[in-house]
Structures are given as structure tokens and as C-alpha cells.
Design a protein around this ligand. Sequence first.
Ligand code: COA
Length: 248
Amino acid sequence: MTADVLTSVAEGVATVTLNRPAKKNALTTAMYAALADALDAAAADADVRAVVLQGDERVFCAGNDIGDFVGLPQTGGDLPALRFLRALARFPKPVVAAVCGPAVGVGATMLLHCDLVYAGEGATLLFPFVDLGLVPEAASSLLLPQVVGHQRAAEALLLGEPLPAATARDAGLVNRVLPDAEVLGLARTQAARLAAKPVAAVVETKRLLRSGAQAAVLDRIEEEGAVFARLLGEPAAQAALGSFLARP
Ligand code: COA
């Protein structure tokens, strides 16, 4: 249990809120475990017909907690982060993301597994893995080029170029950009619309939309996880992560 992830269910919609704003919603091991548990519970609960994944009006998620990174074992294994990513990739009901402010690292890659993504005008997606001496995760090395094309994916993943909300929308990563104050409300409205539709038709349609790539996505999550864990122990990553932690 952690108060850094909040969950609630109302009128067919489970809302999962990242709630560690003082650390820009950077995900700790405990938060990954809570997120995985929340998704497992929502998948099993017949009263839940859609999920909203959100931060607040200022920040979505600054990625993995960098302090936690440094202390992690260097094997992929059954880390809560992988459990969360697998649960999200397999999640059978629609997921609506509300993104304001920074969405960095896993904060950006998790959006590739969401079905609808609404972003505030101040949102920015950033995939800084290479600059950290790491590789992309959450099957983003597979999914990002599928959505935006190879060259734009290379710009985001190799160069680490930020994608402001409008750029992300134009590239197909975001459905709509709106004032930050309206994003959570629209995500709720869209999730409620989904929850009101015939449930079997919604779930089967999501399955059909996702099933062509799902086995490859799950394989890629494991492959990336193994390389990521290896590179985490290398000097380039240790130096980059260490310099973030040593900031004044
Ligand atoms: N891990 C751990 N702590 C983090 C964090 C992360 N990924 N991201 C932010 N924080 C913490 C900061 O250390 C700071 O803590 P402090 O107030 O105790 O010093 C607090 O959150 C606020 O962050 P700050 O950098 O001051 O906010 P900002 O608005 O200037 O910048 C970000 C926001 C997200 C752009 C910036 O924090 C950042 O680049 N974070 C790292 C992102 C990253 O590389 N994630 C890993 C991806 S694999």
C-alpha cells in the first residue's frame, strides 16, 4: 500500500491517480506494485468498464524514480515495473490517459498502451533513455515507430527530442490537446462514454485492435528489460543517473 497511487471506482470507471507531485510523480518500486495491483483489480472487477490514468493539472509522471534505479538489482526478473508494464499491455478494458506537464520515460512510454490520450497545452513527452545510457522500455522501441514512423521515433528515442503536446498530437500519440484545466474532466467524460457502451463489444473491439501486436509487445518488453537492466550497471548510466541525484 502506498498513498502515492490513488484508486477509486465510480459509475463503471476506475480512476488511477499518480499522487507524488512533490517528486513530479516519479515512480518508485512501491508505486509500480500499486499500479500493477490496481490494474489487476480493475481487470477482474466486472463493475469496472474503463480506466482513467492521470496525474494532476501540473504533472503526469517524471518516469522511474532515479534514486530507486540506482538501488535496483541488475536483472529484469519479476520487478514490479515489469509487472506493471505487462499488466498494462494486457489490460482488457479501455484506458484513457490525462496528461498534463511532463511525461518522461515510462511516463511517456506507458501512453503507447493507453487507448485514448488527452494532453494539456503544457504537456511534453520525453524519452530520455539514450542520454541516460539506457534503452527504451515498455515496448516503446516497437510501438513508437508503429505509431509515428521510424524517423520521428528515432528523433524521439535516439536524439531524445522532446515532443510538446501539439507535436505529439500531430504525430498520432495524443488524441486531443486542450487547456490543462480541462484535461482530467475530458478524460473522465470519455471514460464514462466508454463505460456506458455495451461492455462485450468494447472489450472485444479493444482485443481486436491490440491482439495483432500483443505477443510481440510482450516479448519486446522482456527483451528491452534485459538490455535495460544490463546497461543500468554500466558506467554511462551510473554517471548520468548519479549526476541527476547530485543536483544541488
Ligand atoms: N526520480 C527521482 N526524483 C525526481 C525525478 C525522478 N525521475 N524527477 C523529478 N524528481 C524530483 C526532483 O529531484 C525534485 O526533488 P527535490 O525537490 O527533492 O529536489 C522534484 O522531483 C522536483 O523536480 P524538479 O527537477 O525540480 O522539477 P522541474 O519542474 O524543474 O523538472 C522534470 C521536471 C520532470 C523535467 C525533471 O525533474 C526531470 O528531468 N526529471 C528526471 C526525468 C528522468 O530522467 N526520468 C527517468 C526516465 S528513465
